[in-house]
Structure formats: structure tokens, C-alpha cells
Design a protein around this ligand. Structure first.
Ligand code: UDP
Length: 335
């Protein structure tokens, strides 16, 4: 029974992690500023006797210093999320993603606390390789394009984490998430599946950016949480970077067609230019497919739910929440 600190615990991935930690008997202290996280995400666990919620920003050093007291393990998930938000507010991205991580690593290194550092496939930038392994080069675009501030800020976090491992013996595990999806994810920050599902449930149109030939792999959040916990249970994972995601590629056009077929009815699919969706200085990533052999070798499993299973789960959740069957939806609509 561990005492866990989870930053970003009210967010999409964080709230699923918090649930699992409580289920396995841990104590959880959650820090979140409820900017992109919501209290609705915590509905199933609020009031839990082993959960302590601290409402505040990770950019507050005093809050971080007090929150790490008497903690055995740190899960650092708080970050500025989503390409849309990041493109709109690059200053906030840099403030949220860099300084607090450095402080948290420094505080954790004093006690050598096991530390999970959430990173992102954005760090690979536009590396043209068909699949990406952890040792591949990071190929970010120019600093004049705000999108790259996100991947770059997370790459700095990774350098910091690995430096604290090398120099201070901090047992840090870096997880690079690839397109994590599932119940509670909302479309407000640009994420494609909740947007397509809501558009389809509204009768369309489902709006694909550009020609839809972009390739992504989607992993269910429950399997991603399994991977995080598996890595933190594996002492050999400390000091390493792991891709965490599905390795089953699908094009965005195919994804739109699958969502439409599952929701059913006459739902049109439209295409719009990137400039219309994100503004003129946006660059998309054409193909994003991880190799997850390293993860599989470390923990004996990898995310393996099919896209059909994942979409069924998300559509069922969204239908229930929209019809009022799940109060969590109300807070989702707010963002
Ligand atoms: N996308 C789209 N329509 C949307 C939102 C996204 O066609 O309403 C595309 C987007 O251009 C990208 C892909 O779907 O190629 C995945 O976008 P998301 O923001 O979910 O993830 P990321 O770009 O970070 O992989």
C-alpha cells in the first residue's frame, strides 16, 4: 500500500490512473488546477477515504513542496495538453511543462522516489520513419511554429528526468504516450476521436482535416494505465524511456468512416484545410506509429485492444453521457 502523488489527477488519463491506484489499495494525493481536468472525471472516487484532492497549480512551488511530503511514488501527468490548446497558448505550455517538472524531480530526488514522467509522441516531431523507437532522432520544426513548443518542452522534461537519474540516482521512468483515447476524453482540445464521435452523434458532418491520409494508432486509456503501473513495478525500467501506445495504424479518413458506420445513419464526412482548422502556421504530423517492443519486453504486455473495441466503448460511454445516464458528461460539456 503506497502513498502516491498524482499531478494532473483530474485529467483524462490521470483520473483513470487515480481510480486504479485506489482500487489496488493505495493512498492517492492528487494535485490539479482543474483547468483541463474536471471534477466530473473524479465523480466515481470523490469522497474516497484514501483520496486527498489538492486544488492548485503545479506552477505553485509551495504547493509542490508540501504535496510531495510523505509520498512513496510520484506520477507526474500534469501538463498543458492537446495540440489545439498548445498552439493557442504557447506561453502557458512552456510555464506548465518545464519549471514544475524540474522542481518536482529535484524534490523527488532528495528521497529517490520512484517517478513516472508522462511524455508524448510529439517529441519525435516529424521524423519520417515508418515506425518510431525510443532511440530515434527527435525532428522538431522551427521555433516560429508554436506546435513544436509542446514536443520541445516535453523533450526538455525527458532530459531533466534522465539527468536526475544519472546524476542523483532518481528512479525515473519516462512514458511517451501515443494517442491515448477512451471515456472522459473530450474534443475541446482538438482530440480527434471524441470530436468525430460527437459530430456523428449530432448527425454530422464529421470533419476530417486535409485529405485524411494522416496515420495514427489509438490506445485505450485502461491499457495505458496498465502499462504505466507495469513499468513502475519493474525495477529494470528506471532510467529508461518507453513508447506507450497501440501499434495498429489507421488513417484519419478510415477512422471517420469507422465512426460513421458504428454510429449508423446518413452521416456526411467533410474535409477542410488545416488553415481553416488551426490557422496558417500549423504543421501536422503525417504518420505516427510506435514500436512498442521495449514496453512489451519490460512488462510482458502492450496495448492490444482493437480500434473497433475501443470505438464501441467510447461511443457507448458518450451515448450514455449525452442522454444524462452519466453525470460526468455535464462537466465535459463545460470545457
Ligand atoms: N483531426 C481531424 N479532425 C479533427 C481533429 C483532428 O481530422 O476534428 C486530425 C488531425 O489533423 C490529426 C489527427 O486527426 O492528423 C489526430 O489529431 P489529434 O489532435 O487527436 O492528435 P495528434 O495530432 O496529436 O496525433
Amino acid at each position: 500500500m503506497a502513498h502516491c502523488l498524482v499531478t494532473g489527477g483530474a485529467g483524462f488519463i490521470g483520473s483513470h490512473l487515480v481510480e486504479r491506484l485506489l482500487q489496488r489499495g493505495d493512498h492517492v494525493r492528487l494535485v490539479d488546477d482543474f483547468s483541463t481536468g474536471t471534477s466530473g472525471n473524479l465523480e466515481g472516487v470523490s469522497g474516497h477515504e484514501r483520496l486527498e484532492i489538492r486544488n492548485g497549480s503545479i506552477t505553485d512551488p509551495a504547493l509542490l513542496e508540501s504535496s510531495i511530503q510523505e509520498v512513496d511514488v510520484v506520477f507526474h501527468l500534469a501538463a498543458a495538453v492537446g495540440v489545439k490548446l498548445v498552439a493557442e497558448n504557447p506561453v502557458r505550455t512552456i510555464h506548465t511543462n518545464i519549471y514544475p517538472t524540474e522542481l518536482l524531480l529535484r524534490l523527488a530526488s532528495e528521497e529517490r522516489l520512484p517517478f513516472f514522467l508522462a511524455s508524448t509522441s510529439e517529441v519525435y516531431g516529424k521524423n519520417p520513419k515508418a515506425t518510431w523507437t525510443e532511440e530515434d532522432d527527435l525532428q522538431l520544426g522551427p521555433t516560429s511554429r508554436p506546435r513544436w513548443a509542446y514536443g520541445c518542452s516535453k523533450a526538455i522534461d525527458e532530459f531533466l528526468g534522465l539527468a536526475y537519474h544519472r546524476q542523483r540516482g532518481l528512479p525515473v521512468v519516462v512514458g511517451r504516450f501515443f494517442n491515448v483515447v477512451g471515456p472522459r476524453q473530450v474534443g475541446a482540445y482538438g482530440m480527434v476521436i471524441p470530436r468525430f464521435v460527437d459530430q456523428a452523434l449530432d448527425g454530422g458532418p464529421v470533419v476530417v482535416y486535409d485529405d485524411g491520409s494522416q496515420i495514427r494508432c489509438f490506445a485505450h486509456v485502461h491499457e495505458v494505465v496498465n502499462s504505466i503501473l507495469g513499468l513502475m513495478d519493474e525495477p529494470g525500467a528506471a532510467g529508461s524511456v518507453f513508447n506507450i501506445g497501440s501499434d495498429q495504424p489507421v488513417s484519419i479518413r478510415q477512422l471517420a468512416e469507422r465512426v460513421v458506420a458504428k454510429v449508423g445513419g446518413e452521416i456526411p464526412i467533410e474535409h477542410i484545410a488545416y488553415s481553416e482548422a488551426y490557422g496558417d502556421d500549423f504543421e501536422d504530423i503525417q504518420r505516427r506509429v510506435p514500436e512498442v517492443d521495449k514496453l512489451e519486453q519490460a512488462i510482458g504486455s502492450k496495448p492490444s485492444m482493437t480500434l473497433d473495441e475501443i470505438l464501441d466503448d467510447i461511443i457507448a460511454w458518450r451515448r450514455a453521457s449525452r442522454s444524462g445516464g452519466d453525470a460526468r458528461a455535464e462537466s465535459d460539456e463545460r470545457v
